[in-house]
Design a protein around this ligand. Structure first.
Ligand SMILES: C[S@@+](CC[C@H](N)C(=O)[O-])C[C@H]1O[C@@H](n2cnc3c(N)ncnc32)[C@H](O)[C@@H]1O
Length: 203
């Protein structure tokens, strides 16, 4: 079997369910305004708006955004590498459900995320558990996303994320686990200048 045939499926239906209690506990502690990067059908945006927190979801897949919009959520069909409203003023960004893998270049993704955060802002990144090695590869997205085919993706473990964050100008601000999942908080230091290498202009 070829490497492409073995590429794991990223099936959006898996993320169509309501938030778990642990996921609610996570979003209860985030500061607004919140940018959910790769929001899918928008379940985190929905929970944040229900809490009265200003939140915007962005996703490159029009079908996912249509599903979110049909529920009245504040979402946009937009790649993280496109221009985003409130650039440099988001208090929190979310890269949950493995979204650190978007584009298969975590260094570039975190550098771009840093640019949309305000100084002192934080990004919550879901990472692979302890002992998991960094992998760069391909995933297949399901038809419902309109993104049919193979896309570059990465898997970054909790042991490897700190240097990736540092290269993007972000510092580790906390690690937590819930329901067997691992999350790391990375902060954009207040007042620090951007790292010289930036990927934000590439698409
Ligand atoms: C693992 S799913 C996210 C699931 C989502 N957190 C949820 O709760 O439904 C990854 C998402 O990233 C989106 N995506 C891929 N590349 C993107 C990009 N460059 N910018 C924004 N979103 C992207 C995909 O369309 C997909 O919906």
């Amino acid at each position: 079997m070829s490497a492409l045939e073995q590429a794991p499926f990223l099936d959006l239906t898996r993320w169509s369910r309501a938030l778990t209690a642990a996921e609610y506990a996570l979003v209860e502690r985030v500061d607004g305004p919140v940018l959910d990067i790769g929001c899918g059908p928008g379940r985190f945006v929905e929970a944040l708006l229900a809490r009265g927190v200003l939140a915007l979801g962005i996703d490159g897949a029009p079908a996912a955004i249509e599903r979110a919009r049909s529920r009245g959520l504040h979402v946009m069909t937009r790649s993280i590498y496109d221009r985003i409203p409130r650039e440099g003023d988001w208090a929190t960004a979310l890269l949950i459900d493995g979204n650190i893998g978007i584009g298969g270049d975590p260094e570039r993704l975190l550098a771009r995320t840093r640019a949309v955060l305000r100084p002192g802002g934080r990004v919550l990144v879901e990472v692979e558990p302890e002992g998991a090695a960094r992998r760069d590869g391909l995933v297949r997205l399901e038809i419902a996303t309109d993104m049919i085919g193979w896309f570059p993706w990465s898997w970054v473990g909790v042991d490897d994320i700190a240097p990736v964050g540092r290269a993007a100008g972000l510092v580790v601000d906390g690690v937590e686990t819930c329901d067997g999942r691992w999350f790391i908080w990375l902060r954009r230091p207040a007042g620090a200048t951007a790292p010289t290498r930036t990927h934000a202009s590439r698409r």
